[in-house]
Design a protein around this ligand. Sequence first.
Ligand code: SF4
Length: 241
Amino acid sequence: MQLPLGPDPRTETLRRLQPLLVQRFGRIERAAAKWRRPEWVLVQGLIGARTKSPISNAATDRLLARYRTWEAVAEAPLDELRELLTTQTYPNVAAERLKRALQAVVAERGAFDLGHLEPLDTTEALAWLETLPGVGRKIAAGVVNASSLDRKALVLDGHHIRILQRMGLVPPKADTARAYAAIMPAMPPEWSAADYDEHHLLMKKVGQNTCRPSHMDCPACPAQALCRTGQARHEAAEPSA
Ligand code: SF4
């Protein structure tokens, strides 16, 4: 993907895109403080594969209510964890991944406490999180961005990456790490960590509504005027003079 010299034009595209997304889907408020502890966000990410956020939020709260501490969750029998996670799309994977990651943090830190991430810079915090079993860039970026750590790190799930690819903002076959490396330099510098969070959640809505994996409803999409694929499809559909 060749970029012209000078200011990255993708930055202006993202600036123009955000109000269009807000206009379509409305503002998205950040989660309450009790849902923004880094430990809570990590657990929610570990159990949340292909599960809607409100369901994973409730399951995360249920785990803590049942065992009182995350260290106790780490020690809980797998069968019990699977039982408690039946609301998740993949309860077995969620239980196993959760237990392994919790135990890894407890083994290294002596408790399930991520306070040591606070003084690290964002790259270091992401790198440490990604050493944990089951934690890739999506979950790690979620922990540093959506939690009280409040860092500028863009969360990229399947919806978000697909849209960026179709819009021509990241290379067509980029995986999460490559898409992250490609889009982060283009993020508007004036955006706060909260803006990153809201942008991701709005892009997810585009992916759930108009830019679905197998169907693109470009004429109804708020991104169409800024989207390479949307524009190409619009031009192809126009009757020739
Ligand atoms: S305009 Fe079409 S391809 Fe582009 S983001 Fe919207 S639905 Fe996807």
